[in-house]
Design a protein around this ligand. Structure first.
Ligand SMILES: [Zn+2]
Length: 310
């Protein structure tokens, strides 16, 4: 990858209005012959009409779900990553869906019911009808505004996400980029958001343990990952993994080898990429083969299938 491309990827933030370059990142340190890349897809607004440069339509979101399902993917959560992907059935391969900022079109009500065109309803309806696709997604919430738009519904909505086997993630207190925020302010940015979660989630706040970096960037400086990993809230580690928005698919093999890797998980902005482009990634994990023993080592659970065509 050229220095210029690295610079563009590093400096890109969704809020600046610049666009993700449509280049496929180089294979990330995957040992020869292995393909362990897990796509983590990032969405913002999902609405009709499309809301802004980083928005997509509900029709596009529904077609993404169907295309990922048809390509043999299986929805996983950050916890499934920590558990070594034990949940992924034979013949399937993992994908993670993430939604940033907590926009109202992600979770809204029509009267007392879920709005059938909000992200959570579209997702749960699809997963109910297609159990082979698994279920679950991560909603990264920033507290610079009211999560999901309606202040008196915040608690109900955050708890509903957890009740529906989805994940609430931290997107910081004020949505300030870690590329510009002084290090001494990082703790307040992360833990200030935890205070807000605590008001709505109470004891369930310990389930908020992942962080999406606002703007998608995280500085490549010595000790940056260790500092974020050191934050605790109510005696528990506040951030167990961190998600970038860098236009790349991280290799799970690389994550396992490096403690810092858990704080640099790549994501693709799906307002800029299509599912067919995701399927063209070179380090993408192939569909796993049927296996007899869930407790086999990872390479035996998720062997690449040579020459597989999608
Ligand atoms: Zn954001």
């Amino acid at each position: 990858m050229t220095t210029l491309a690295i610079l563009i990827l590093t400096l890109w933030t969704p809020e600046t209005g610049t666009c993700t370059p449509l280049v496929h990142a180089d294979v990330e340190d995957a040992p020869p012959g292995t393909t362990t890349g897990i796509p983590v897809l990032m969405y913002h607004h999902v609405s009709d009409p499309v809301n802004g440069y980083y928005g997509i339509s509900t029709g596009r979101f529904r077609s993404d779900l169907a295309a990922l399902d048809a390509a043999g993917f299986y929805l996983i959560t950050p916890e499934d990553l920590e558990n070594g992907l034990m949940c992924v059935p034979g013949g399937r391969r993992p994908v993670m869906l993430t939604f940033d900022d907590g926009w109202e079109d992600n979770l809204s009500f029509t009267g007392s019911d879920l709005d059938p065109d909000c992200v959570l309803a579209i997702l749960t309806d699809y997963c109910d009808e297609h159990p082979e696709f698994g279920d679950g997604a991560t909603f990264f919430i920033s507290w610079d505004k009211v999560p999901f738009g309606v202040s008196e519904q915040v608690g109900e909505k955050l708890n509903m996400i957890l009740d529906l086997n989805c994940v609430v993630g931290n997107h910081t207190r004020r949505h300030a980029s870690f590329l510009r925020l002084p290090r001494e302010d990082w703790a307040a940015s992360v833990l200030g958001a935890m205070d807000r979660f605590q008001r709505s989630l109470g004891l369930r706040t310990t389930q908020v343990s992942t962080l999406a970096y606002p703007g998608g960037g995280f500085p490549r400086e010595p000790g940056a990952e260790e500092l974020v990993a050191s934050f605790t809230y109510d005696g528990a580690q506040a951030v167990r993994m961190g998600f970038l928005a860098n236009g790349s698919i991280s290799s799970f093999g690389t994550l396992l080898e490096s403690p810092e890797g858990w704080y640099r998980i790549g994501r693709l902005d799906m307002s800029q990429y299509s599912v067919p482009e995701v399927l063209g990634w070179r380090n993408l994990m192939a569909r796993s083969q049927a296996r007899d023993d869930l407790h086999d080592p990872l390479p035996w659970r998720m062997p690449p299938v040579d020459g597989e065509r999608l």
